[in-house]
Design a protein around this ligand. Structure first.
Ligand SMILES: Cc1cc2nc3c(=O)[nH]c(=O)nc-3n(C[C@H](O)[C@H](O)[C@H](O)COP(=O)(O)OP(=O)(O)OC[C@H]3O[C@@H](n4cnc5c(N)ncnc54)[C@H](O)[C@@H]3O)c2cc1C
Length: 267
């Protein structure tokens, strides 16, 4: 380490950081934010941002490949969907034409990430990404319409946290478009800073002793929100009577760690 670097670190950087810490000049990172920040891992971008990328490691890293099925889907169904969509017309009509909607549903574009066992296409993240990339080259509306059910939509949350009974009922319906999903996170007062959502639900027991949630929410900018039949809803869960036995305010801890709180009825 050069002498200048050592001097800079000891005389400038460290005292500056200590001052910022002691004066609490930066807002504290909440438990929720810590969980979000620590989620996942880094890939080769970690190396790139280090300033000393190890090119040997980068070039020998395993890269995902498309399966034969994914390739065939890109060459046939995705090509056809692109050919039948005219971005100008979509903006004029402010919707996708009926034949495009039917083609999307029949060919399970909305169920790319849903495993075949539940009626989806069972594509990899890379396969899904290649499909969206190609659709976006034709029409943004088309790409986002297909992308949201496969990424934000409740299918992945159901796969991760749903009961088998819920998976068996909802996933095939989401895969073939009988149900249209959306994910409602953004609010008038919460956009980039999703942790500031105001929508809340209060846990209570009804007259028959059944566990329920009283929801108060206001959302905006929700893709497919106007036609959705299965809604993933982000809200702050409050349990003032401690019915669930986890403390009165379950708030964002659950929201971030467990995805959205589920309010889907068990069929
Ligand atoms: C095509 C599309 C589809 C969407 N679909 C969905 C959906 O399905 N579900 C859903 O919940 N939401 C959806 N959204 C909403 C989206 O999540 C929000 O638009 C996004 O989170 C940004 O929030 P905002 O629009 O309120 O902007 P704001 O958060 O108010 O940001 C306004 C401006 O301030 C800047 N800014 C904000 N915070 C900071 C900061 N800390 N430092 C510096 N600059 C900052 C931003 O870059 C931006 O330029 C969709 C949006 C789009 C465009």
């Amino acid at each position: 380490m050069s002498i200048f670097k050592t001097i800079r670190m000891n005389c400038l950087t460290k005292p500056l950081f200590n001052l910022i810490k002691s004066k609490e000049l930066l807002p504290p990172i909440s438990d929720t934010e810590k969980t979000a920040l620590r989620a996942g891992g880094v890939w080769m971008e970690g190396d790139l941002f280090s300033g000393h990328p190890d090119f040997e490691k980068i070039f020998s890293a395993p890269y995902p490949k498309l399966s034969d099925e994914e390739k065939a889907f890109l060459d046939k169904e995705v090509e056809e969907l692109c050919a039948m969509t005219n971005d100008w017309e979509v903006f004029q009509q402010r919707d996708l034409p009926e034949n495009v909607w039917s083609f999307i549903k029949e060919n399970r574009f909305l169920g790319m990430i849903i495993p075949k066992a539940y009626g989806g296409l069972g594509f990899s993240a890379y396969g899904h990404s290649c499909v969206i990339e190609k659709l976006a080259s034709r029409s943004q509306v088309l790409a986002i319409t297909v992308m949201v059910p496969n990424s934000l939509g409740p299918a992945e949350l159901l796969l991760q946290y749903g009961l088998e009974q819920q998976k068996k009922y909802y996933l095939p319906r989401l895969a073939d478009g009988r149900d249209i999903p959306c994910f409602a996170l953004t609010e008038p007062e919460a956009g980039s800073d999703a942790t500031s959502i105001q929508s809340y639900g209060i846990v209570f027991k009804d007259g028959e002793g059944k566990l329920k949630i009283n929801l108060q929410f206001e959302k905006r900018y929700i893709t497919l929100g106007a036609i959705a039949t299965v809604i993933g809803l982000a809200f702050v869960l409050k349990d003032p009577e401690n019915i669930l036995g986890r403390g009165g305010d379950l708030v964002r801890k659950i929201y971030w760690a467990g995805g959205t709180i589920w309010a889907l009825p068990v069929p």
